[in-house]
Write a new protein. Structure first.
Lengths: 196, 429
């Protein structure tokens, strides 16, 4: 148990800090999405000028919002599941089923990280976005066309963070099965709704 | 072998695997066992492509707009408006609860937000007037399901995206069913008010007082007009209308009502961002799942099985309503739509049911499922807000559920209820 807690403590600390930064960036991404679409509406209907970039910029922000914020929901138990069976069973049996579920999730995530890496570094990632540019000089005379891989990295980062959270949850679950629940630092439950 | 992905998926769900992982694990494992490892990459690509969507952006925007309106004290004005018109009736606060939910539905489209916003205000007020806490919590939970039926609606955006339907058509089709649910609940209140001698909430307001309450509620009530008017007038797409709703909520929160503060905004952005992130991942996974559904020929086999039960679409719609109701008892509406839409939708469309009509049947049924025991989401929210046990609320909600079930069958067998407005406006054939 002591060894498990020793491994768990730095991982929990890391996840806590990284996900907190992720939430901050995600909140900025939400604001940027709104601003981009409002600019699109304003230019199209007021100035009669359909800008090419707001749609893609908003999608860029949305993908990063999802990649950076979903792992927090997973860590706080905010992923939708029918957990009636696990809650009905005795603690140890329920814990073992939970562990199995987390291991299945881990397999999904590890495969996703591998595919995600291949996608970002592969053929698809070499294309450029249709309309997103970054200025590369102070006088805005030169621009760098943002590669598509920057957008695709959002999901890779998302599944990587989910993997890290999943490993933390597996370790916490083992500690709980062994009766070490009181020695675990609590994770606040998710304060979220749903599409409903 | 691929046909087995559906039972494997259901087994995963039953033992408690999060829906997101189940949607990927079940088809992934079977593709691997089938020697189709390369197609597993397609699953990943479909998740990404499914999330990379402009129409889907309406979900975070509507959530954000709802959160901003809620924090901005708009709920209070809606309740005051409802009280001015219905508070003097016997059972006044129960009517106010239902009418406020109908008005709130035009702003937020979320049953959870409705229950927590209206519940925290109306349940204590109802208790103070002599209603039992379980009744107050039950009417709050029952009326909150109107939220995702009257537009805007998060689950209808999901359905439209996953099934390739028009968001505007679904929004329009939800208006009358939502009003019907509200009227049905008010009829139950009317019956119970006489039977149990419910109190009146206030004296009868004079028309000038009602006018004053209407002026106070004018700004919030303008939101659905802007959203639907903008969409129907061809000014905005639903996503743009949602972004405009966010800007409007910020405007009235900061400058008109002056109830919103800058320090509250980051928390609101984070809360709506986290919720939206989970929904986006789920929708992405659903599109990956949908690909394997079509590869496996499961819908054809399932269709053959369903048609073997009866060839009469009316009987099949009855059976499917039962199935949806049972599913709704255990699963939230969004994930249930994501899972069942791609499987059931094509079957009933091939039987001659209009896709918009089927979408409304499914959405309303699964939304009512949010208030059904044992796993109804809004029952738990109502319990948290009121401090009443879920079991007690689940029992008290039964008369309201009976009416909501009646409305589901009414919507099912009278397509005109949902189809008339989309047809008149040219959004459906």
């Amino acid at each position: 148990m002591g060894g498990l807690l020793t491994v768990l403590a730095p991982l929990s600390y890391l996840n806590d800090r990284v996900l907190r930064v992720g939430l901050g960036i995600g909140a900025v991404a939400v604001a940027l999405m709104v601003i981009a679409i409002l600019i699109q509406v304003f230019f199209r209907y007021v100035l009669n000028n359909a800008l090419p970039w707001p749609d893609e910029a908003a999608r860029f922000s949305m993908l990063w919002m999802a990649g950076l914020m979903a792992p927090t929901a997973f860590r706080q138990g905010g992923f939708v599941a029918i957990d009636m069976l696990v809650l009905m069973l005795p603690r140890v049996v329920g814990g073992l089923i939970n562990l199995t579920l987390l291991l299945i999730s881990l397999v999904v995530l590890v495969v996703a990280v591998q595919i995600g890496w291949n996608e970002v570094t592969g053929f698809g990632g070499r294309f450029a976005t249709a309309s997103l540019y970054l200025p590369t000089s102070f006088d805005f005379s030169t621009w760098y066309r943002i590669p598509r891989s920057w957008m695709m990295t959002s999901l890779l980062v998302g599944v990587t963070l989910l993997t890290s959270v999943n490993i933390e949850l597996i370790l916490r679950n083992i500690v709980k099965i062994l009766g070490g629940d009181p020695r675990l630092a609590p994770i606040p439950p998710a304060d979220m709704g749903g599409a409903e | 072998m691929l046909i087995w992905f559906l039972p494997v998926f259901l087994a995963f769900l039953f033992i408690g695997l999060p829906v997101f992982f189940g949607l990927l694990a079940a088809p992934g494992i079977l593709l691997w066992l089938n020697g189709q490892e390369k197609d597993i990459t397609l699953l990943y690509r479909n998740v990404y492509n499914g999330m990379d969507s402009f129409p889907l952006m309406a979900i975070p925007f509507f959530m954000l707009a709802g959160e901003l309106m809620n924090k901005g004290g708009i709920t209070m004005r809606l309740v005051e408006f409802s009280q001015a018109f219905m508070g003097h009736l016997r059972g006044g606060l129960a009517y106010v609860n239902v009418l406020s939910s109908m008005l709130f539905a035009g702003l937020s489209g979320s049953a959870v937000a409705d229950t927590s916003a209206l519940g925290s205000m109306l349940i204590p007020a109802m208790e103070k007037q002599g209603y039992t806490r379980k009744f107050a919590a039950a009417i709050t939970a029952a009326s909150s399901v109107i939220g995702p039926i009257i537009p805007p609606s998060g689950i209808m955006i999901i359905y439209a995206y996953v099934m390739g339907e028009s968001v505007a058509a679904l929004f329009l089709a939800g208006i009358v069913p939502g009003i019907l649910v509200g009227v049905g609940l008010m009829l139950v209140v009317r019956f119970m008010a006489d039977k149990y001698d419910f109190p009146v909430a206030s004296r009868k307001y004079t028309w000038p007082e009602r006018g004053q309450a209407s002026i106070k509620a004018f700004w919030p009530l303008l939101t659905p007009v802007i959203i639907m008017g903008g969409i129907l007038g061809g000014i905005f797409t639903p996503t743009e209308a949602a972004a405009v709703a966010v800007a409007y909520a910020l405007f009235i929160g900061f400058f008109v009502l002056r109830t919103l503060t800058v320090p509250e905004v980051p928390g609101i952005l984070i809360r709506s961002g986290i919720t939206s992130a989970v929904v986006l991942l789920l929708v992405g996974a659903a599109l990956a799942f949908k690909t394997v559904v079509s590869l496996s020929h499961a819908p054809e086999q399932l269709a053959a099985y369903i048609l073997s039960l009866s060839s009469n679409p009316l009987v099949l719609l009855f059976l499917i309503n039962l199935l949806l109701f049972v599913v709704g008892m255990f699963l939230d509406a969004g994930p249930a739509i994501i899972i069942l839409g791609p499987i059931l939708g094509p079957i009933f469309v091939s039987l001659g049911v209009d896709p918009i009509h089927f979408a409304i049947i499914m959405s309303v049924n699964l939304t009512v499922g949010l208030a059904t025991p044992p796993m109804g989401l809004v029952l738990f929210v109502a319990s948290a807000v009121s401090g009443e046990r879920v079991e007690a609320i689940a029992k008290a909600i039964l008369p309201f559920l009976a009416v909501e079930i009646f409305v589901i069958f009414l919507i099912t067998y009278v397509p005109a209820i949902s189809m008339t407005i989309p047809r008149i406006t040219g959004f459906a054939n």
